[in-house]
Design a protein around this ligand. Structure first.
Ligand code: KIV
Ligand code: ZN
Length: 393
């Protein structure tokens, strides 16, 4: 394995599917899993098999169908959960059991009414049990973001000794600052003697809008797996967005980190997930939002039309998006207006555009966006008054 490879663990079908209204049936999960495999994700978390017979069936079908990616099933640190996950995954070409328990004092006291020593013992037992079914066992320390680092390091060391091959450090509540999350990873790398025997994984939630930043800090500090979802779907404010982390690592090559994702599939897969889960993507969403490659202010449009790189760090084709758009609003300028007329087949010179611009801003002030039909009407009326000035289609 190359040192700079970051594994992409996609949890759209598990954490993403927990979003109210996003529930998927088996056929839908299967279709999305095949797309995720084609996208190039390394691990697909297909579901939580003990949660319902329907989800057991979905994980089972995904496990049978996927050939290249690892298929993963979630479980609590409960023997029966682990057995059911193992049963659901039994036909997978590569299978992973993801098991774990809350390690913060909030979880230990309020959720489990327990002690740190007891939780550490339960963590070790669940990993040992899961190892009876597969060599690929991932342990999650739920609410690791708010877990005391010294105790977390003891848990991580113990679960690796028990056979965990990946250790997930979830910021379950989205609490950490990027620097804190990065320092947590660095602390584990420096204080867990057997850390080199397992992959450290980032699993961040977006309650403060920091999930992507935290995951990136995590891999800069030395983690080598990011758990993420298409469109950033997930509990509450969502999870780390897959498309964002992939493109950040691609843009910032100096980090020396890369993934196996095919970037040109990002927009098609985003649309498929949005349609299948009936969950619209916010227009200003990075990489996959409908405005991600739209330019509307005059200053930006002028710069963009002179050289796209002035205002775009990513070519939309690279991420499978429609080509960049010059949107006409009351904030747009003459260059954009001339460009849009030109696209409609009207060749206006500078003086024509000056006259037309006065008409344009009046129309633009009266509506949100000036459309091609408005431009046609403007151009034809102008041509009637000055018939020799231009040609139009
Ligand atoms: O956010 C979280 O802690 C989780 C775990 C179950 C991995 O989703
Ligand atoms: Zn989560």
């Amino acid at each position: 394995m190359a040192a700079g490879k970051v594994f992409i663990f996609d949890t759209t079908l598990r954490d993403g599917e927990q979003v109210p209204g996003c529930k998927l049936n088996t056929k839908e999960k299967l279709e999305l899993a095949l797309e995720l495999e084609d996208l190039g994700v390394d691990i697909i978390e297909a579901g939580f098999p003990i949660s319902s017979p329907g989800d057991f069936e979905s994980v089972n079908q995904v496990a049978r169908a996927i050939k290249n990616a690892t298929v993963c099933g979630l479980s609590r640190a409960v023997q029966k959960d682990i057995e059911v996950a193992a049963e659901a995954l039994k036909h997978a070409a590569r299978k992973r059991i993801h098991t774990g328990i809350g390690t913060s004092d909030y979880h230990i006291r309020s959720k489990f009414n327990s002690t740190r020593e007891d939780i550490l013992e339960r963590a070790v037992q669940c990993v040992k049990w899961a190892r009876n079914f597969t060599d690929d066992v991932e342990f999650y320390a739920e609410d690791a973001g708010r877990t005391d680092n010294e105790y977390l390091a003891r848990v991580v060391e113990a679960v690796i000794k028990a056979g965990a091959t990946t250790v997930n450090i979830p910021d379950t509540t989205g609490y950490c600052l990027p620097s804190q999350y990065g320092q947590k990873m660095a602390y584990l790398i420096n204080h867990v003697p057997n850390m080199d025997k397992a992959v450290l994984s980032c699993h961040c939630h977006n309650d403060l809008g920091l999930a992507t930043a935290n995951s990136i800090e995590g891999v800069i500090a030395g983690a080598r797996q990011i758990e993420c979802t298409i469109n950033g779907l997930g509990e509450r404010a969502g999870n780390t967005s897959l498309e964002e982390v992939v493109m950040i690592l691609k843009q910032h090559k100096h980090l020396g980190l890369h993934t196996s994702i095919k970037p040109e599939r990002l927009n098609p897969v985003s649309r498929l997930v949005s349609d299948t889960m009936r969950m619209p993507v916010q227009p200003n969403k990075a990489i996959v939002g409908s405005n991600a490659f739209s330019h509307s202010s005059g200053i930006h449009q002028d710069g963009f039309l002179k050289d796209a790189q002035t205002y775009e760090i990513i070519n939309p084709e690279e991420v499978g998006a429609d080509s960049s758009k010059i949107v006409l609003t009351a904030r747009s300028g003459r260059s954009a207006l001339a460009y849009r007329f030109q696209k409609l087949g009207f060749q206006f010179d500078r003086n024509d555009v000056d006259v037309l611009y006065n008409e344009f801003v009046k129309v633009a002030d009266s509506k949100k966006e000036v459309e091609d039909t408005d431009l046609h009407a403007m151009a034809l009326s102008y041509q009637k008054k000055a018939p020799v000035a231009s040609t139009g289609s």
